[in-house]
Design a protein around this ligand. Structure first.
Ligand code: ZN
Length: 201
């Protein structure tokens, strides 16, 4: 069990949220109405990370088991044209670290060819919430939750939860093509992505 320290973590993150609001609002006022999303470039690494974590809407359990062994995560998406449900299953230890990252990497590279416009097309399918992550063997760790939130991926259903802590000993390190995709998709600098990957939540 590793549920201690949640309240401390929560206070830290609330402080970061206040900071995000304070810094993001003036910048947003100057952006054109056709643009969507926040101005990530104005965010500090802590605010950027916290924004992603909050954006992945999932329940935080009071206690959880730290499964450092293998687990699976399933990315659900829709087929263009038919809206047929499709899935990609990721596992831990496939060269991308956590199972969630493995599944999203496969989607970004193999399905979207690293193209942010193609990715956004998939996002708009269904009711605009087409990309969803299912991870039921364990909660989604803080790094994966921030990663998924920044990429506009939501939980599959209430059985997928998240925790404000790191988990296991597996390295968390998306491959370079995924980092390049994030930089383009979020319109941020390479340094911001590097800081995000290295950030110690
Ligand atoms: Zn994770």
């Amino acid at each position: 069990m590793s549920g201690t320290g949640i309240s401390t973590r929560k206070r830290t993150m609330d402080a970061a949220a206040d900071e995000a609001e304070a810094t993001a609002t003036p910048a947003r006022a100057t952006r054109s109405k056709t643009e969507e999303g926040p101005n990530y470039r104005s965010m500090t690494p802590a605010v950027f990370f916290k924004f992603g974590f909050d954006r992945f809407h999932a329940t935080i359990p009071k206690v959880w088991e730290d499964h450092s062994g293998e687990c699976h995560a399933t990315l659900h998406y829709l087929a263009p044209g038919t809206n047929e449900s499709l899935t990609i299953v990721g596992s831990t230890g496939e060269g991308h670290g956590h199972a969630e990252v493995t599944a999203v990497t496969e989607f970004i590279i193999s399905v979207c060819g690293g193209d942010k416009d193609k990715y956004k097309m998939y996002q708009r399918l269904g009711r605009g919430n087409a990309l969803r992550m299912q991870c039921e063997g364990k909660p989604v760790c803080v790094r994966c939750a921030a990663f998924l939130g920044l990429l506009g991926i939501q939980r599959f259903n209430a059985h997928t939860q998240k925790i404000p802590r790191t988990m296991g000993s597996t390295e968390w390190s998306p491959i370079q093509p995924v980092r390049d995709f994030m930089r383009s998709y979020l319109d941020v600098t390479s340094d911001q992505i590097t800081n995000f990957v290295r950030y110690r939540p």
